[in-house]
Design a protein. Structure first.
Length: 349
């Protein structure tokens, strides 16, 4: 059965760095655990990025997705020296990229450095993350317009993301699809669908993962009207038809789940969300619940969640004591007890 996750705190960057000092080779797995566990990391990430000897693009994106403080220049420098991921990890990469690059300062940075971005295979690998943004979308459009004008070799899957994200304007979606020579996807009443989706998000707010919530209060206290219900029904059916043979990409998970749960007509099959187990634990669990799917554990999920819960317990016990965190990391890594066991030892002491 699903292992309930304890509340995950914000970890200072120097605490994460103190843990990794004990074994820098654990940087990738530690960052992945922090990302999937729903942690935030605050402060300067410079020390952490220096410990990442041969990071993958996914490692870098996951780190900056959970960062509280934006630093586009540091992100760019770290990303551009990273190694590309295998094709079967791209969907996971795009989903994390939405939160790493879909921030105002980072999207402005992309617009201001179009030539640098278009020459980098690493940047081009993460750009599809912009297809999933639902906040500051005009900045995403501006960045993509600049890349189109520069004739960047943008990934083909982004064409579908742009068309299936109702927050992109109709004019931009048409322009982008024509420039990229992509397959046309018919999405009726784009602006009205976005309004209905925003209303559904407000109605569902308490049931949504933290990353999907918003401060907007459109339609608070009112159920969806029939028109919005119809639009969201049509919208989810379009997504399902387009991805009928491969499952809905993780980058579209917020758009699909909120639209689907806002109308609650029926359950979906597990095949629709194949691959969503790579999303953070809370996101995968709440998405399944909203879709009416049973929350059965994925391979190794229990162990990973126990480690994430162990880190949360350690954070409460150790606070910002860097020396204590180093001792914790030595027990967990150097002595090979593991994070969960090291945390249990803390509780016994």
């Amino acid at each position: 059965m699903f292992v309930e996750q304890v509340t995950t705190p914000t970890l200072p960057a120097d605490v994460v760095g103190a843990m990794l000092d004990a074994d820098p080779s654990r940087a990738g797995s530690m960052i992945g655990l922090l990302h999937r566990g729903g942690f935030d990391v605050s402060g300067d990430l410079g020390h952490i990025t220096r410990l990442m000897r041969r990071p993958s693009v996914l490692d870098v994106v996951c780190l900056f997705a959970i960062a509280r403080d934006e630093d586009p220049d540091l992100f760019a420098r770290t990303l551009e020296r990273a190694e590309l991921v295998a094709p079967d990890r791209l969907r996971e990469l795009h989903a994390a990229s939405t939160f790493a690059i879909g921030r105002a300062a980072t999207m402005r940075w992309i617009t201001a450095h179009v030539d640098r971005v278009k020459e980098s295979d690493q940047w081009l690998a993460v750009i599809p993350g912009l297809g999933g943004v639902t906040k500051s979308v005009p900045l995403a459009e501006e960045a993509l317009v600049g890349l189109m004008k520069a004739r960047a070799r943008l990934p083909r899957e982004l064409t579908a993301f742009v068309q299936l994200n109702p927050w992109f304007s109709r004019r931009f979606a048409i322009r982008y699809r024509r420039r990229m020579k992509g397959k046309r996807i018919r999405l009726a009443e784009r602006a009205a669908t976005a309004r209905g989706w925003s209303h559904a998000r407000t109605v569902l707010m308490a049931d949504l993962p933290r990353d999907w919530q918003s401060l907007l209060k459109r339609g608070e206290g009112r159920p969806l009207d029939r028109w919005s219900h119809r639009l969201l029904t049509d919208y989810t059916e379009v997504i399902e038809r387009f991805y009928s043979s491969q499952g809905v990409p993780q980058v579209l998970a917020p758009l699909y789940v909120i639209a689907f749960a806002g109308r609650r007509p029926r359950n979906v099959t597990q095949a629709v969300i194949s691959g969503w187990h790579t999303l953070p634990f809370e996101v995968a669990f709440k998405a399944n619940t909203l879709l009416g799917l049973a929350n059965e554990p994925y391979p190794l999920q229990d162990r990973d969640q126990q480690d994430a819960n162990g880190l949360a317990v350690a954070a409460e016990a150790l606070g910002g004591d860097r020396a204590a965190w180093r001792d914790f990391a030595v027990r967990a890594f150097a002595e090979n007890h593991g994070i969960a066991a090291a945390s249990a030892a803390l509780l016994r002491s």
